[in-house]
Structure formats: structure tokens, C-alpha cells
Design a binder for this molecule. Structure first.
Ligand code: WT7
Length: 650
């Protein structure tokens, strides 16, 4: 593909009608940087405030005077912004368009009016069950409208939701429930994905037998598949029964802009997942504004983001952003390859989707099946394509552009993180020419910089670590229950700056190219996995003495999980034990953390002070034994030879 273009200009007809064109981008970006408070004060007027904010921004990243406050004297309710204020103009408009896993089951349109009614009823039910402002509620649901209803019902009464992805194991649920001391769990009998059932309620039952979970008083169970579940009265209640006779109006809680809206657990380089905490006013302003601007949203768009609500993408760009904008959002329960590899494109035709947002890993998996499944569909409704979650390789970008979009649709490669709340680096589709593989330019108010290992800011075309020099309203405010960990994790590496954990290159045109994590986090199919979590799952097996986990390049997943395992003295390795350990990790954390490769390691490369040299393990996993670098500082350099000899591709 040597003659493929390096730059894809903004399609002129798209630019002509776009919300933001090239000149406007330059001007607004300048304004947003020169006067952040003025800029974000104007943007906040897009929301309905119960009390309009007069103090817009008060931020200091200084370690001895650290605080992040946006709109601090404002008051609002997120569910009112997503629902009540849409009723006058958009009451009958479809808010959520549910497409079930099985294409032969009917799709269901939920209007703004119906969504409002369902949210109010659940919110009343939660209040009756004793839930109050500030209480934590865990949501463990499949991709069904009740997931959005549950989130918004929490927001309505000021309860803080913690959504746990339906693919996580009982252990992972228990960790998350106990960390934030949840009072109530909302789940379903079962989920279905690709025709396979997921025993959600049984997983909750198993989680609640684990230590630290006895704060949970009530489990609400949505009847979804009708599968058999074990109801433990009085703890477990059918959702329907509890909600049924509730009033259809519910007085919303007045929330301060800086009151927490939700917690979402995400993996870091050390320890257990962190509860990333987002607040109400800044988050909602930021996700609603970015959703409208970055997707160039129009009133009649049908918008589809394929993420799960269990991840931040689902929070910001299925639920809060789109609904705050009065958009129609598709909610898809299934997977891209069920019943066949045309499913995404069939759903696009069925619902006349105009804006489509998915992950590079899905694009790569579908690309492997050839053009046939795409070309069997029309896709003529599409006008914009987006990607999120990991770097996209130029080949996959071009296939998305040429085959899926037939060259008609701008592509937005959106870089952001659970911590950032919303999109920070992305092309605005009517303003910025695309380069395949680059997230391009910062959004309004975002000040990226590239630093070297010492925190020196590097100018011009360069490569290093990506930091952000100033705050934006959607930024996380704390790690739930551990504010010091928030400061230590993000603001200590380079004092005075937010450190993203990503490596990045900037080219001569000022375009940003994210090169991937530079910490001990692996990005598997756009999901973040901490190497420390997989290691601790492995060493909790009685036959494992020690484990080290690294990422390696994987054709479809972006990165795969490569585990080195040292057995307890006297234990013999075997194919059966290898399978047992892989299944063990899957059970301990969930299928997303399944190791792709497990290598027996008689010893691990360590420094004389006992630190595992992951750099060497990464190179072996990458099958690049000629690039190991200096191994002379190892306590026992000979372990490397044996690891190299028995590596994956040797
Ligand atoms: C990490 C954040 C963003 C919501 C979903 C993932 C990687 C994300 C891109 C992109 C290159 C990307 C980064 C980031 N990442 N988007 N467009 N190009 N890398 O959220 O689980 O918090 O993961 O995903 O490494 O740090 P997350």
C-alpha cells in the first residue's frame, strides 16, 4: 500500500455543513486556551442548571495546593438534563433504540417520555428501599435499556453508581462492591451475547459470599432471559415487582456541580483497580459538548456506539452525552460476529445509523473476513465513522474508510481515557484532515505536551510521554476512598502536569500519534488490564510461586497477554497445568484477562535488588531476542537464555 495517501482531507461537502470548520477550530481553540473560564462558562450554558454557576474554574495541579473544581457553585441534576428537559420538544423521539443479540427478536424503541417514566419509577423504588444521596449502587447488567435506566435513576436521587462490566467474575464484582461499600446491586437473571448465556445473577450470588460484601442489603433482578435464578428472600427482589406500582414522577435531587455522579473501576499499573470518580457538572458539560461537536451531531442522526455501558465509552457516549443532547442512541446487546460477520452492517441498515463509533479491534477482526460481509449491505445512511480505545493501524483505518465508509465518511480517531471522562484528542470531522493512525489535534481547552523522562517539555516534531498541562471540566476528581492515590498516580511523575501513562509522537504538522501505554498496563482489544492484577491472580494458585505478565503485539486484539510462570519447587509443568492456570485467571478476573500465552519460567530476570526486568520479558514476548539490551545488571543473566530458548515463537 505504498501509494496510499498519507493525508485524507476533510470531505468538502461535509466541511460546508459542519458544526466546526477549519477557521472556527483555530479561533475557538485559541479562545479556549487563552481564557478557559470564559470559554467553559459559555459552554456550560448548554445544560439546564437549577442554579447557574458563577465560579467556573479553580484548578491547581501543585502538589502542595492540589485541587480541581469546575462550576463549583452550580447546581443541577444529570437525569433532568438527559430526560426532563427533552420532554417538551422530544418527548416522542426515540432516546434508546435497543437491538437484541438475536436479530429475530424485535428491536425496541424507548422514547424520551418512556425513559423518563421508567427512570422516575426506579428512582422512587430506590428511595423506598432506603437509598439516599451519596450511597453507592452497583450495576451489573447486560446491554439492555435497564442499564441506562438504572444509571439515570441513581443520578436522579444523587446515588453514586458503579457499573461493573457484565464480563467480570464474582471476584471482580466483590472487589468493586467492597471497595465502595455498595448498598444495593441491580442485575439481571442472565445476559446473552452471541447466543451464549452469561449467568449474571449467579455471579452476583457468588460474589456476595466473598468477604467484604456484607454492606449489600438488596439485589434487584431484572427478568431478561427468563432463565432460572436462585432468589434469596428478603435480600433479592424482582425489579419489576419493586418498580411496578411506583409513581411516574420523581423529585430530582439538587446536586452540586462537584458532587460525585459515578465511580468506574479501571486498571492501573499497580494493585487493585482504582475507583475513578467523576462529578456532575463538569462531566456532563464536557461529554455533552464533545459528543455534539466531535460527532457533528444533528437532530435527525441515529447514533451508534458499540461499546458496553460497563466501560467509560458507554457511560459518556451511549448514556450521558447522547441523552443530554436529545439524540437517538442505538444500544446493541450482541457481538460483531453473531449470527455472522455482517451483523454490524445489517444493524446499520436496519436502523439507518448515521454516526458509527467502534473499536479498532472489532475493525481488524471484521477486516480479516474480507469485504464480502460488508458489501452485502448498503450502509448508505452512514455519514461519519469513529474509533476509540487503542491505536488503529493504518491498514485497518484504510479498510474502515474505503470499504465500510466507501470513502464518503470522515473518520474520527478519538483518544481519551476513563480518567479524562471524554474525548481529548481527535479530529473535528469538518475541520481537521485525517492521517491514518493519528488522533490528530487537541479538542478545545486541551493542552497536550510531550515530555522526556525528566519531565522536560519537548518542542516541535518529537516523541516521549504524553502529559496534559491544564484541566478540563470532564477530568476525574479522585480515586474513590483514596484521594492521595489519585495525586500520586497522575500528578507526581511530572509535577504540575497530568500524566496519561501513554507514549506519544508529534509530527511536523503538530499531529499527535499515540504509541501505547508506557506503564504496566496492557490494552487488550481496547480493554485495560493491569499486569499486576493478572500476576496476583496467577500467584493465588497453590502451584504458582511467581509470575510476571507483559503485553505482546497481537494481530486482532492489539495487545495480547503473555504470562511467565515459575512453579512452586517440586511441581512439574504440564499441558494440563497450563490450561488450568489460564482457566484460573479467567475465573479470577473474567474472560477479558485470559492469558494468550503462558510460558514456564524456571527463573525470572531480576536485578540484584530483586526487581523483575520487564523490558527483557517484553522483548522475549515480542519475539525480538536480539533486542534484549544490557543484561549484565541481572542477578543471574543465565535465566534469560533459557527463556529465549523456550519463547512463544522460537
Ligand atoms: C487508554 C485508556 C477511551 C475510552 C476507552 C478506553 C488507549 C484510547 C485511543 C486512541 C490510541 C487509545 C490509551 C489510553 N487509547 N483511545 N484513539 N488511540 N490509544 O479507556 O480503558 O481508560 O483506556 O486506551 O492507551 O491511555 P481506558
Amino acid at each position: 500500500m505504498t501509494d496510499a495517501p498519507a493525508v485524507y482531507p476533510v470531505p468538502p461537502d461535509f466541511a460546508a455543513k459542519a458544526r466546526v470548520n477549519r477557521e472556527q477550530y483555530e479561533r475557538l481553540y485559541g479562545e479556549s486556551i487563552d481564557d478557559p473560564a470564559g470559554f467553559w462558562g459559555r459552554v456550560a450554558a448548554r445544560l439546564d442548571w437549577m442554579r447557574a454557576p458563577t465560579k467556573i474554574k479553580d484548578v491547581s495541579y501543585k502538589l502542595d495546593d492540589f485541587h480541581i473544581r469546575w462550576y463549583e457553585d452550580g447546581e443541577l441534576n444529570a437525569s433532568v438534563n438527559c430526560l426532563d428537559r427533552q420532554l417538551a420538544e422530544r418527548g416522542d423521539k426515540t432516546a434508546l433504540l435497543f437491538e437484541p443479540d438475536d436479530p429475530n427478536q424485535p428491536a425496541r424503541a424507548v422514547s424520551y417520555r418512556e425513559l423518563h417514566r421508567r427512570v422516575c419509577k426506579l428512582a422512587n423504588a430506590l428511595r423506598n428501599l432506603g437509598v439516599r444521596k451519596g450511597d453507592r449502587i452497583t450495576i451489573y447488567l447486560p446491554m439492555i435499556p435497564e442499564a441506562a435506566v438504572a444509571m439515570l435513576a441513581c443520578a436522579r436521587i444523587g446515588a453514586i453508581h458503579s457499573v461493573v462490566f457484565g464480563g467480570f467474575s464474582p471476584n471482580s464484582i466483590a472487589d468493586r462492591v467492597s471497595d465502595c461499600q455498595s448498598k444495593l446491586i441491580i442485575t439481571a437473571d442472565e445476559g446473552v451475547r452471541g447466543g451464549k448465556k452469561i449467568p449474571l445473577k449467579a455471579n452476583v450470588d457468588a460474589a456476595l459470599k466473598l468477604p467484604g460484601t456484607n454492606t449489600v442489603e438488596t439485589v434487584l433482578v431484572v427478568r431478561h432471559t427468563g432463565g432460572a435464578v436462585d432468589m434469596q428472600m428478603p435480600r433479592d427482589r424482582w425489579y419489576e415487582a419493586v418498580v411496578d406500582d411506583q409513581p411516574e414522577q420523581c423529585e430530582p435531587e439538587r446536586m452540586n456541580a462537584e458532587d460525585p455522579l459515578f465511580i468506574l473501576y479501571t486498571s492501573g499499573s499497580t494493585g487493585k483497580p482504582k475507583g475513578v470518580m467523576h462529578t456532575t457538572g463538569g462531566y456532563l458539560t464536557y461529554v455533552s459538548y464533545t459528543h455534539e461537536t466531535v460527532f457533528d451531531l444533528r437532530e435527525d442522526d441515529v447514533y451508534w456506539c458499540t461499546a458496553d455501558v460497563g466501560w467509560v465509552t458507554g457511560h459518556s457516549y451511549i448514556v450521558y452525552g447522547p441523552l443530554a443532547n436529545g439524540a437517538t442512541a442505538v444500544m446493541f446487546e450482541g457481538v460483531p460476529n453473531y449470527p455472522d460477520f455482517s451483523r454490524f452492517w445489517q444493524v446499520i441498515d436496519k436502523h439507518k445509523v448515521t454516526l458509527f463509533y467502534t473499536a479498532p479491534t472489532a475493525i481488524r477482526a471484521l477486516m480479516r473476513e474480507g469485504d464480502g460481509p460488508v458489501k452485502a449491505t448498503s450502509r448508505k445512511s452512514l455519514r461519519l465513522l469513529g474509533t476509540v480505545g487503542e491505536p488503529i493501524n493504518p491498514e485497518a483505518w484504510r479498510w474502515y474508510n474505503d470499504v465500510v465508509g466507501e470513502g464518503r465518511c470522515p473518520i474520527i480517531d478519538t483518544w481519551w481515557q476513563t480518567e479524562t471522562g471524554g474525548i481529548l484528542i481527535t479530529p473535528l470531522p469538518g475541520a481537521i484532515d485525517a492521517k491514518p493512525g493519528s488522533a490528530t489535534k487537541p479538542f478545545f481547552g486541551i493542552r497536550p505536551a510531550i515530555v522526556d523522562a525528566n519531565g522536560q517539555i519537548l518542542d516541535g516534531a518529537t516523541e516521549g510521554n504524553l502529559v496534559l498541562l491544564d484541566s478540563w471540566p470532564g477530568q476525574m476528581r479522585s480515586v474513590y476512598g483514596d484521594h492521595q492515590r489519585f495525586i500520586d498516580t497522575y500528578f507526581k511523575t511530572y509535577p504540575g502536569m497530568y500524566f496519561t501513562g501513554d507514549g506519544c509522537r508529534r509530527d511536523a504538522d503538530g499531529y499527535y500519534w499515540i504509541t501505547g501505554r508506557v506503564d504496566d498496563v496492557i490494552n487488550v482489544s481496547g480493554h485495560r488490564i493491569g499486569t499486576a492484577e493478572v500476576e496476583s491472580a496467577l500467584v493465588s494458585h497453590p502451584k504458582v510461586a511467581e509470575a510476571a505478565v507483559v503485553g505482546f503485539p497481537h494481530d486482532i486484539k492489539g495487545q495480547g497477554i503473555y504470562a511467565y510462570v515459575t512453579l512452586v519447587a517440586g511441581e512439574a509443568d504440564s499441558e494440563d497445568l497450563r490450561k488450568e492456570l489460564v482457566a484460573w485467571v479467567r475465573k479470577e478476573i473474567g474472560p477479558v484477562a485470559t492469558p494468550d500465552h503462558l510460558q514456564w519460567a524456571p527463573g525470572l530476570p531480576k536485578t540484584r535488588s530483586g526487581k523483575i526486568m520487564r523490558r527483557i520479558l517484553r522483548k522475549i514476548a515480542e519475539n525480538a531476542p536480539d533486542q534484549l539490551g544490557d543484561t549484565s545488571t541481572l542477578a543471574d543473566p543465565s535465566v534469560v537464555e533459557s527463556l529465549v530458548k523456550h519463547r512463544r515463537d522460537a
